[in-house]
Unconditional design. Structure first.
Length: 270
């Protein structure tokens, strides 16, 4: 190649190299905003997943640990309200439930002068009652439908609450006749031994589960007046009661249409 030809092509080669470099730099600069974009911008563009905390958990559907909860409730109860076998003279047949309202205790009659005593919470002033009822239904982790009278007094109440650890009816419920009254558990064991409810009889979740396993539909329930003489029951030496073998736990239900159950622990609701 002649010296004149080489001198003519050198500027052309330099021009082509500069053009290629310019195009490369321009392309890299156009990609920089995507590489430096914030997580929020990335989510807006749809190529980053949202954090798990963006989706609230449904605590109402959590699997409850009734054994642990019940044991914790039992530890805070005074001696007279703890489940135990006692000597009790009564004419009621074995299998009968007797509720000593004024003494906030419930007895399950065993026969032969013995009964199992449980501590209970009962109706507050103006909501105590007495009489004879029959257990007409039993439910595990029951749903709660507040009765019309209660809604009239407390219109802010939900019309439905799914069964579960946040439900005021607790782990088990035994329905009394055709009334709105129930023997049921509670998520607030500190109310045992007190006059707090709207007429229902409540036990700790551990105790109500034990009683639930002993009674059946058709069991007689005797509720004594608040001012009646207390039943003369006395503890038996070594009379601690073994728990009934728990029945299979029903699946915790959730409200329809994806609604979440509200955790209400106010003691006067039920």
């Amino acid at each position: 190649m002649s010296q004149q030809t080489e001198q003519t092509e050198r500027p052309a080669r330099r021009q082509r190299a500069m053009t290629v470099n310019t195009l490369f730099v321009t392309g890299m600069l156009s990609l920089t905003p995507l590489a430096l974009s914030s997580p929020a911008s990335a989510q807006a563009l749809g190529y980053a997943s949202a954090p798990l905390s963006a989706f609230p958990s449904d605590d109402a559907a959590a699997t409850p640990d009734d054994s642990a909860e019940g044991a914790a409730g039992a530890r805070v109860l005074p001696e007279r309200l703890r489940r135990t076998t006692v000597a009790l003279n009564t004419d009621e047949a074995p299998g009968t439930v007797i509720i000593d309202t004024g003494n906030t205790t419930l007895y399950y009659v065993l026969g032969q002068g013995r009964a199992i005593r449980y501590g209970v919470g009962v109706g507050r002033e103006g909501f105590t009652w007495s009489g004879v009822q029959t257990i007409t239904n039993k439910a595990e982790w029951p749903d709660w439908h507040p009765p019309a009278q209660m809604i009239a007094r407390q219109p802010y109440l939900p019309r439905f609450m799914a069964g579960g650890p946040g439900n005021p009816l607790g782990a088990r419920a035994m329905y009394l006749g055709s009334s709105d009254y129930r023997i049921h558990g509670t998520n607030d064991p500190t109310t045992i031994g007190k006059f707090v409810s709207s007429g229902c009889i409540r036990l700790t979740n551990e105790d109500v589960t034990d009683l639930f396993g002993r009674v059946s539909v058709g069991t007689k329930v005797v509720v004594l007046p608040k001012n009646a003489a207390h039943l003369a029951a006395r503890p038996i030496a070594g009379g601690e009661v073994a728990s009934v073998t728990p029945q299979p736990r029903a699946e915790v239900t959730t409200p329809p249409s994806g609604r979440r159950a509200v955790n209400l622990s106010m003691s006067s609701l039920y």
